[in-house]
Write a protein that binds this ligand. Structure first.
Ligand SMILES: [Zn+2]
Length: 392
C-alpha cells in the first residue's frame, strides 16, 4: 500500500525526473540518476511508468566507440498539445504547441465586438476545431490557458477588463462545462513574464517583465511562482503616480505612469505633434531615421519617464532580470543603454536589463507553457526558445 507520504514523494520525484528530461532534451537513465540524486531503482520504476504513459520515448544512440550503445530518454512532445489563447482588444490569438512548447499552429481572429457571448461563441468554435484535429494524439489537448488583459482574481474569475467592460465573468467555468479540458485564466503580463522565465531566462529566480503597449503591465516571477498579491491583482504598475496632479487617467487618479510611458501615450503625443491621426511604427521609424528633432525629443522624454518608473520598480523589488517589451524601444537607437544610464542611483540594484527577445507573442507562448506545466505537474520548466525539439 502506498501511504500519503509515499505517494507525495513519488509525485515529487516524477516532477524532478520530467523536468530534467526536458531540460537535457535527451538523457540516459544513469545520467538522470546523477542529475536528480535519485537511486537507479527509483529512476527505473518511474521511467517504466512514463514509458507506459507514452510521455517519454527511448532512442538508441548510434556511436562508433566500443561498448553498449546508451539508451536515451526524451519527452514525447507529440503525446499531447497545449492551447494558449490571448484575448486582446480587437483580436484573439490562438497558438497550439506540443508538450515541448514548440508552436504547431497559430491563428489570429480579428474581432470588432466586446460582447461576451459573441466572443464565447467564437472561442467554442475554435476550441472545437482544434480539439477534433488533435483528438488522435495520446492525450489530445491537455489544457487551455487564456490570457486576460485585465484583473483576474486568485479564484480565476475575471474581475474587470477595462477595454471590454467585462465584470465578474466566469470564463473558466463556461469553457470547462462545454469541453472536458482543464482551463486556466491568467493576466496577460503574468503570462509574458512566465514565457520569459520558461523560454529565455532559465536561471532567473526573481524576474520582472514589463510590457509597454496600450498600458503598462507588469508580471512578476519570484522563485518560479507568480507574485499575485492579496487578491491576485498585483502588478498594476501603470497606475503608479509619477507626476503629482499630472494627466488625468481613467483609473480616477492623475499623473499615472502609463500616461507618460506607455506606447499608446507616445503615439498620442506624436499624433498631436504631427497632426496625423493614425500613426504606424513605420512612420515613427522613418522620422527617427531622418533625425526629426521633435520626434527625437518625444522619444527621449519617453525614455526619461520610463526610467523613472523602472527606478521605482527596481528599488522595490531588487530584480535579478528585468525584461522590457516595447516596439518603440526596439526601433529607437541605443534605447536600453540610455535607460541603463538613467538608472545610476547608488541604491538601485538589478543584474540584467534587457529587451524581450520573444516580443508580443510572449503572452500566448506563456499560456501554452503554463498549460504544459500544469499537465506534466512539474515544479518548473526550461524550454528552448530557438529549438524545442531534442536533437537526434
Ligand atoms: Zn491610472
Amino acid at each position: 500500500m502506498i501511504t500519503g507520504d509515499a505517494a507525495y514523494i513519488k509525485k515529487i520525484n516524477r516532477g524532478l525526473i520530467i523536468k530534467e528530461i526536458i531540460k537535457e532534451g535527451m538523457i540516459s537513465r544513469a545520467d538522470l540518476s546523477k542529475a536528480t540524486d535519485l537511486t537507479r531503482a527509483t529512476i527505473s520504476a518511474q521511467v517504466a511508468d512514463l514509458l507506459d504513459e507514452d510521455l517519454i520515448v527511448e532512442t538508441q544512440l548510434e556511436h562508433n566507440s566500443v561498448g553498449r550503445k546508451p539508451i536515451m530518454l526524451s519527452l514525447n512532445g507529440q503525446a499531447g498539445y497545449a492551447l494558449g489563447i490571448d484575448i486582446d482588444y480587437g483580436r484573439i490569438s490562438f497558438t497550439l504547441s506540443n508538450l515541448l512548447g514548440c508552436s504547431v499552429t497559430s491563428s489570429i481572429k480579428e474581432i470588432n465586438t466586446t460582447d461576451y457571448s459573441e466572443i464565447l461563441k467564437l472561442l467554442y468554435k475554435t476550441i472545437k476545431k482544434y480539439k477534433a484535429k488533435y483528438a488522435d494524439s495520446r492525450y489530445g489537448i491537455v489544457g487551455i490557458v487564456i490570457a486576460i488583459h485585465g484583473l483576474v482574481g486568485k479564484d480565476e474569475l475575471i474581475h474587470f477588463v477595462p477595454r471590454f467592460k467585462w465584470k465578474d465573468i466566469n470564463l473558466k467555468n463556461d469553457i470547462e462545462k462545454e469541453f472536458e479540458i482543464d482551463v486556466h485564466l491568467e493576466n496577460n503580463a503574468n503570462l509574458s513574464a512566465f514565457a520569459e522565465r520558461i523560454f529565455v531566462h532559465h536561471e532567473a529566480d526573481n524576474l520582472l517583465s514589463a510590457t509597454f503597449h496600450s498600458g503598462i503591465g507588469l508580471g512578476m516571477m519570484m522563485k518560479n511562482e507568480f507574485f499575485r498579491g492579496h487578491d491576485g491583482f498585483a502588478g498594476e504598475i501603470g497606475h503608479m503616480i509619477v507626476v503629482p496632479d499630472g494627466k488625468q487617467c481613467n483609473c480616477g487618479n492623475k499623473g499615472c505612469w502609463e500616461k507618460y510611458a506607455s506606447e499608446s501615450s507616445i503615439f498620442e503625443f506624436l499624433s498631436q505633434e504631427k497632426q496625423i491621426p493614425n500613426l504606424t511604427y513605420e512612420n515613427i521609424q522613418r522620422w527617427i531615421d531622418e533625425g526629426d528633432e521633435a520626434v527625437h525629443k518625444i522619444m527621449e522624454r519617453f525614455i526619461y519617464y520610463l526610467s523613472i518608473g523602472l527606478n521605482n520598480m527596481i528599488n522595490m523589488y531588487n530584480p535579478d532580470v528585468l525584461v522590457l517589451d516595447s516596439e518603440l524601444l526596439r526601433i529607437y537607437p541605443d534605447s536600453i543603454n540610455k535607460i541603463r544610464n538613467n538608472l545610476t542611483s547608488s541604491i538601485s540594484h538589478y543584474r540584467e536589463l534587457t529587451l524581450s527577445a520573444i516580443g508580443k507573442k510572449s503572452c500566448v507562448m506563456g499560456a501554452c507553457a503554463l498549460a504544459i506545466k500544469n499537465f506534466l505537474d512539474v515544479p518548473i520548466l526550461n524550454l528552448s526558445y530557438e529549438n524545442s525539439y531534442p536533437k537526434k
